[in-house]
Design a protein around this ligand. Structure first.
Ligand SMILES: [Zn+2]
Length: 179
């Protein structure tokens, strides 16, 4: 049995023309996923590319979910802070684009509350430079990048950044500790 459950990933991808052409279908599927997450009270894992306005449009419903996990978060720091301030129990997951030096991602990861950060590799879709695919084994490289940004993790009371992120994972998926 898988101890941690959620719905997703689901969401909105308006990255280019081809994606934008499917917006109506994306909307339709998103509503089904959202409804399911609401009725079962499960965390919703969101994929959002060039579509943060859609997330804000669903704010009222997203507030009623136990957790909302922003996979490969690509919004701005201000948008992330606004989501939290407006009552969405959000967790923000960062991957290899942090290592690649994407400025907005670095700003978000450096500025969002430590207890909201998650790490991921989006295997196989976010390869490190020079690699064909990403692998879960890339996680330590991402952890290193976060650790360069968040020297302040000591204030959280966690022994290591890794243990802090691990605790965030259990919170994000609705459990206070390891099974
Ligand atoms: Zn995705």
């Amino acid at each position: 049995m898988i101890p941690y459950k959620g719905i997703g990933e689901t969401g909105f991808d308006l990255y280019n023309h081809a994606f934008r052409d499917t917006e109506a279908i994306q909307d339709e599927l998103f509503k089904v996923h959202l409804e399911l997450a609401l009725s079962r009270q499960l965390p919703l894992v969101l994929h959002v590319r060039k579509a943060m306005h859609k997330v804000f449009a669903y704010k009222q419903a997203l507030k009623k979910l136990p957790q909302v996990i922003f996979h490969a978060y690509s919004g701005t720091l201000g948008e992330g802070e606004a989501l939290l301030r407006q009552g969405i129990n959000g967790y923000f997951s960062f991957g290899t684009s942090l290592v690649g030096g994407r400025k907005e991602t670095i700003r978000s990861c450096a500025g969002l509350p430590l207890n909201r950060l998650l790490l991921e590799t989006d295997t196989p879709y976010q390869p490190l430079r020079g690699c064909a695919f990403s692998r879960w084994q890339d996680l330590p490289v991402i952890l290193q990048a976060v650790s360069r940004l968040r020297g302040d993790f000591g204030h959280s009371g966690a022994d290591t950044l890794e243990s802090l992120i691990e605790a965030n994972f259990y919170q994000a998926y609705g459990s206070l500790r390891k099974p």
